[in-house]
Design a protein around this ligand. Sequence first.
Ligand code: ADP
Ligand code: MG
Length: 263
Amino acid sequence: RIAWDADQGLTRHHFTPGEHPIVRIEHLNKSFDATQVLKDVNINVWPGEVVVVLGPSGSGKSTMLRCINLLETPTAGHILIEDQEITGKSNADVNKLRRDVGMVFQGFNLFPHLTAKQNVMIGQTKVLKKSKEEAEAEAMKQLTAVGLADRADFKPAQLSGGQQQRVAIARAVAMHPDVLLFDEPTSALDPELVRGVLDVMRDLAENSGMTMIVVTHEMGFARDVADRVVFMEEGVVVEQGLPEDVFDRPKNARTAEFLGSIK
Ligand code: ADP
Ligand code: MG
Protein backbone atom coordinates (compact mmCIF):
# COMPACT_ATOMS: atom_id res chain seq x y z
CA ARG A 1 0.00 0.00 0.00
CA ILE A 2 1.19 3.48 -0.80
CA ALA A 3 1.71 5.71 2.23
CA TRP A 4 -1.41 7.54 3.30
CA ASP A 5 0.07 10.97 2.70
CA ALA A 6 0.72 10.09 -0.91
CA ASP A 7 -2.80 8.67 -1.30
CA GLN A 8 -4.29 11.85 0.01
CA GLY A 9 -2.11 14.04 -2.15
CA LEU A 10 -0.50 15.77 0.81
CA THR A 11 3.01 15.55 -0.64
CA ARG A 12 4.59 16.02 -4.02
CA HIS A 13 7.07 13.24 -3.39
CA HIS A 14 6.64 10.02 -5.37
CA PHE A 15 6.63 6.94 -3.20
CA THR A 16 7.58 3.41 -3.93
CA PRO A 17 4.57 1.34 -2.86
CA GLY A 18 5.07 -0.17 0.58
CA GLU A 19 7.91 2.18 1.47
CA HIS A 20 8.25 2.95 5.18
CA PRO A 21 8.77 6.43 6.56
CA ILE A 22 12.49 7.00 7.20
CA VAL A 23 11.64 9.32 10.12
CA ARG A 24 8.62 8.82 12.37
CA ILE A 25 7.81 11.37 15.02
CA GLU A 26 5.01 9.97 17.18
CA HIS A 27 3.24 11.87 19.95
CA LEU A 28 6.38 13.90 20.64
CA ASN A 29 6.16 16.11 23.72
CA LYS A 30 8.89 18.25 25.18
CA SER A 31 8.74 20.45 28.26
CA PHE A 32 11.34 22.72 29.79
CA ASP A 33 10.33 22.85 33.47
CA ALA A 34 6.67 23.87 33.46
CA THR A 35 6.68 25.10 29.84
CA GLN A 36 5.41 22.64 27.26
CA VAL A 37 7.25 23.49 24.05
CA LEU A 38 6.13 20.56 21.85
CA LYS A 39 2.58 19.24 22.15
CA ASP A 40 1.81 15.86 20.61
CA VAL A 41 3.77 16.38 17.39
CA ASN A 42 3.25 13.65 14.76
CA ILE A 43 5.22 13.80 11.50
CA ASN A 44 6.30 11.06 9.11
CA VAL A 45 9.01 11.70 6.53
CA TRP A 46 9.54 9.31 3.61
CA PRO A 47 12.89 8.52 1.98
CA GLY A 48 13.97 11.26 -0.39
CA GLU A 49 11.29 13.65 0.81
CA VAL A 50 12.02 17.34 1.44
CA VAL A 51 9.88 18.67 4.28
CA VAL A 52 10.00 22.39 5.06
CA VAL A 53 8.92 23.43 8.57
CA LEU A 54 7.53 26.95 8.93
CA GLY A 55 6.32 28.85 11.97
CA PRO A 56 6.83 31.88 14.14
CA SER A 57 9.83 32.27 16.39
CA GLY A 58 9.40 30.27 19.59
CA SER A 59 7.00 27.73 18.08
CA GLY A 60 9.32 24.79 18.83
CA LYS A 61 10.92 24.17 15.42
CA SER A 62 14.50 24.01 16.69
CA THR A 63 13.47 21.93 19.69
CA MET A 64 11.85 19.41 17.36
CA LEU A 65 15.01 19.13 15.21
CA ARG A 66 17.11 18.86 18.36
CA CYS A 67 14.94 15.98 19.56
CA ILE A 68 15.51 14.15 16.23
CA ASN A 69 19.27 14.14 16.74
CA LEU A 70 19.01 13.77 20.52
CA LEU A 71 20.51 17.13 21.40
CA GLU A 72 17.32 17.25 23.49
CA THR A 73 15.59 14.38 25.28
CA PRO A 74 11.86 14.17 24.60
CA THR A 75 9.59 14.33 27.63
CA ALA A 76 7.22 11.81 26.02
CA GLY A 77 6.62 10.14 22.68
CA HIS A 78 8.77 8.22 20.23
CA ILE A 79 11.09 9.01 17.34
CA LEU A 80 12.10 6.25 14.93
CA ILE A 81 14.78 6.48 12.23
CA GLU A 82 14.79 3.61 9.71
CA ASP A 83 12.37 1.71 12.00
CA GLN A 84 14.82 1.99 14.92
CA GLU A 85 13.54 3.73 18.01
CA ILE A 86 16.06 6.41 18.98
CA THR A 87 14.33 7.69 22.09
CA GLY A 88 15.47 6.17 25.38
CA LYS A 89 18.80 4.76 24.18
CA SER A 90 22.27 4.32 25.68
CA ASN A 91 25.21 6.57 24.80
CA ALA A 92 26.69 4.07 22.37
CA ASP A 93 23.48 4.09 20.37
CA VAL A 94 23.36 7.86 20.50
CA ASN A 95 26.74 8.00 18.77
CA LYS A 96 25.50 5.65 16.04
CA LEU A 97 22.39 7.79 15.67
CA ARG A 98 24.41 10.99 15.30
CA ARG A 99 26.05 9.32 12.28
CA ASP A 100 22.65 8.67 10.71
CA VAL A 101 21.26 12.15 11.29
CA GLY A 102 23.15 15.16 9.93
CA MET A 103 22.50 18.72 11.00
CA VAL A 104 23.30 22.11 9.52
CA PHE A 105 22.89 24.95 12.02
CA GLN A 106 22.27 28.66 11.71
CA GLY A 107 25.87 29.33 12.81
CA PHE A 108 28.32 27.40 10.69
CA ASN A 109 30.14 25.60 13.55
CA LEU A 110 33.29 24.91 11.54
CA PHE A 111 36.58 24.24 13.33
CA PRO A 112 38.43 27.57 12.93
CA HIS A 113 41.93 26.07 12.94
CA LEU A 114 41.15 23.55 10.16
CA THR A 115 40.88 24.21 6.42
CA ALA A 116 37.61 23.70 4.54
CA LYS A 117 38.84 20.31 3.33
CA GLN A 118 39.99 19.24 6.80
CA ASN A 119 36.61 20.28 8.22
CA VAL A 120 34.89 17.99 5.72
CA MET A 121 37.36 15.15 6.39
CA ILE A 122 37.41 15.05 10.18
CA GLY A 123 34.05 13.37 10.82
CA GLN A 124 34.79 10.82 8.13
CA THR A 125 38.14 9.82 9.66
CA LYS A 126 37.23 10.10 13.37
CA VAL A 127 33.63 8.83 13.33
CA LEU A 128 33.34 6.71 10.17
CA LYS A 129 37.00 5.51 10.49
CA LYS A 130 37.66 6.12 6.80
CA SER A 131 41.25 6.31 5.56
CA LYS A 132 42.75 9.76 5.00
CA GLU A 133 42.81 9.13 1.24
CA GLU A 134 39.16 8.10 1.09
CA ALA A 135 38.07 10.99 3.29
CA GLU A 136 40.05 13.46 1.19
CA ALA A 137 38.52 12.19 -2.06
CA GLU A 138 35.01 12.45 -0.57
CA ALA A 139 35.77 15.92 0.81
CA MET A 140 36.90 17.18 -2.60
CA LYS A 141 33.83 15.62 -4.23
CA GLN A 142 31.50 17.39 -1.81
CA LEU A 143 33.40 20.70 -1.89
CA THR A 144 33.16 20.56 -5.68
CA ALA A 145 29.40 19.95 -5.41
CA VAL A 146 28.97 23.13 -3.34
CA GLY A 147 31.22 25.11 -5.71
CA LEU A 148 34.19 25.45 -3.35
CA ALA A 149 36.87 23.14 -4.74
CA ASP A 150 39.13 26.18 -5.19
CA ARG A 151 38.69 27.12 -1.50
CA ALA A 152 39.60 23.69 -0.10
CA ASP A 153 42.75 24.92 1.63
CA PHE A 154 41.20 28.09 3.07
CA LYS A 155 40.42 28.42 6.77
CA PRO A 156 36.90 29.52 7.82
CA ALA A 157 38.05 33.08 8.62
CA GLN A 158 39.19 33.41 5.00
CA LEU A 159 35.71 32.48 3.70
CA SER A 160 32.47 34.45 3.55
CA GLY A 161 29.57 33.36 5.75
CA GLY A 162 27.86 31.86 2.72
CA GLN A 163 30.97 29.90 1.79
CA GLN A 164 31.33 28.69 5.39
CA GLN A 165 27.74 27.47 5.36
CA ARG A 166 28.37 25.65 2.07
CA VAL A 167 31.39 23.95 3.69
CA ALA A 168 29.12 22.97 6.60
CA ILE A 169 26.66 21.43 4.13
CA ALA A 170 29.48 19.58 2.34
CA ARG A 171 30.67 18.28 5.73
CA ALA A 172 27.20 17.01 6.62
CA VAL A 173 26.64 15.37 3.22
CA ALA A 174 30.08 13.69 3.30
CA MET A 175 28.83 11.64 6.26
CA HIS A 176 26.04 10.21 4.07
CA PRO A 177 23.36 10.55 6.74
CA ASP A 178 19.93 8.94 6.40
CA VAL A 179 18.37 12.34 6.98
CA LEU A 180 19.77 15.84 6.94
CA LEU A 181 18.27 18.50 9.22
CA PHE A 182 18.66 22.23 8.51
CA ASP A 183 17.88 24.80 11.21
CA GLU A 184 17.50 28.23 9.57
CA PRO A 185 20.72 27.76 7.57
CA THR A 186 20.52 31.19 5.91
CA SER A 187 19.24 33.30 8.82
CA ALA A 188 22.68 34.47 9.93
CA LEU A 189 23.84 35.44 6.43
CA ASP A 190 24.07 38.81 4.77
CA PRO A 191 21.25 38.99 2.19
CA GLU A 192 23.57 38.77 -0.83
CA LEU A 193 24.98 35.45 0.42
CA VAL A 194 21.63 33.69 0.94
CA ARG A 195 21.09 32.76 -2.71
CA GLY A 196 24.26 30.67 -3.04
CA VAL A 197 23.38 28.57 0.02
CA LEU A 198 19.78 28.06 -1.11
CA ASP A 199 21.04 27.00 -4.56
CA VAL A 200 23.23 24.34 -2.94
CA MET A 201 20.27 23.10 -0.87
CA ARG A 202 18.03 23.07 -3.93
CA ASP A 203 20.60 21.05 -5.87
CA LEU A 204 20.85 18.60 -2.97
CA ALA A 205 17.06 18.29 -2.77
CA GLU A 206 16.55 17.79 -6.48
CA ASN A 207 19.57 15.74 -7.46
CA SER A 208 20.85 13.71 -4.50
CA GLY A 209 17.75 11.94 -3.19
CA MET A 210 18.70 13.11 0.31
CA THR A 211 15.89 13.13 2.86
CA MET A 212 15.76 16.66 4.26
CA ILE A 213 13.88 18.45 7.03
CA VAL A 214 14.42 22.18 6.61
CA VAL A 215 13.40 24.91 9.05
CA THR A 216 13.50 28.20 7.15
CA HIS A 217 11.76 31.51 6.62
CA GLU A 218 12.69 31.47 2.91
CA MET A 219 9.23 31.18 1.40
CA GLY A 220 10.41 31.02 -2.21
CA PHE A 221 12.56 28.01 -1.35
CA ALA A 222 9.68 26.37 0.54
CA ARG A 223 7.28 26.86 -2.33
CA ASP A 224 9.64 25.64 -5.05
CA VAL A 225 11.62 22.90 -3.35
CA ALA A 226 9.45 21.39 -0.60
CA ASP A 227 7.56 18.18 -1.25
CA ARG A 228 5.53 19.05 1.84
CA VAL A 229 5.23 22.05 4.13
CA VAL A 230 4.52 21.75 7.86
CA PHE A 231 3.29 24.81 9.76
CA MET A 232 3.92 24.86 13.51
CA GLU A 233 2.69 27.25 16.16
CA GLU A 234 3.10 27.12 19.93
CA GLY A 235 4.40 23.57 19.79
CA VAL A 236 1.55 22.23 17.68
CA VAL A 237 1.55 21.10 14.03
CA VAL A 238 -1.31 23.29 12.87
CA GLU A 239 -1.34 22.33 9.20
CA GLN A 240 0.66 20.36 6.64
CA GLY A 241 0.37 19.66 2.96
CA LEU A 242 1.56 20.55 -0.51
CA PRO A 243 3.29 23.94 -0.63
CA GLU A 244 0.78 25.31 -3.12
CA ASP A 245 -2.11 24.28 -0.85
CA VAL A 246 -0.57 25.65 2.33
CA PHE A 247 0.54 28.91 0.69
CA ASP A 248 -2.43 29.61 -1.57
CA ARG A 249 -5.28 27.86 0.26
CA PRO A 250 -4.32 27.62 3.94
CA LYS A 251 -7.01 25.78 5.90
CA ASN A 252 -6.05 27.31 9.20
CA ALA A 253 -6.51 30.97 10.06
CA ARG A 254 -3.21 31.09 11.99
CA THR A 255 -1.32 29.71 8.97
CA ALA A 256 -2.90 32.36 6.76
CA GLU A 257 -2.05 35.10 9.24
CA PHE A 258 1.58 33.96 9.54
CA LEU A 259 2.08 33.67 5.79
CA GLY A 260 0.41 37.05 5.28
CA SER A 261 2.68 38.67 7.85
CA ILE A 262 5.96 37.62 6.22
CA LYS A 263 5.10 38.12 2.55
P1 ADP B 1 11.80 28.06 17.29
O1 ADP B 1 12.99 27.31 16.78
O2 ADP B 1 10.54 27.71 16.59
O3 ADP B 1 12.03 29.54 17.30
P2 ADP B 1 12.51 26.90 19.83
O4 ADP B 1 12.38 25.44 19.65
O5 ADP B 1 13.88 27.48 19.79
O6 ADP B 1 11.54 27.65 18.80
O7 ADP B 1 11.89 27.33 21.21
C1 ADP B 1 10.56 26.99 21.59
C2 ADP B 1 10.32 27.46 23.01
O8 ADP B 1 11.11 26.67 23.90
C3 ADP B 1 10.70 28.90 23.28
O9 ADP B 1 9.73 29.45 24.13
C4 ADP B 1 12.03 28.80 23.96
O10 ADP B 1 12.22 29.88 24.82
C5 ADP B 1 11.91 27.50 24.74
N1 ADP B 1 13.20 26.83 24.93
C6 ADP B 1 14.00 26.35 23.95
N2 ADP B 1 15.10 25.76 24.47
C7 ADP B 1 14.99 25.89 25.82
C8 ADP B 1 15.80 25.49 26.94
N3 ADP B 1 16.95 24.82 26.75
N4 ADP B 1 15.37 25.79 28.17
C9 ADP B 1 14.19 26.44 28.36
N5 ADP B 1 13.37 26.83 27.36
C10 ADP B 1 13.77 26.57 26.11
MG1 MG C 1 14.75 27.98 15.97
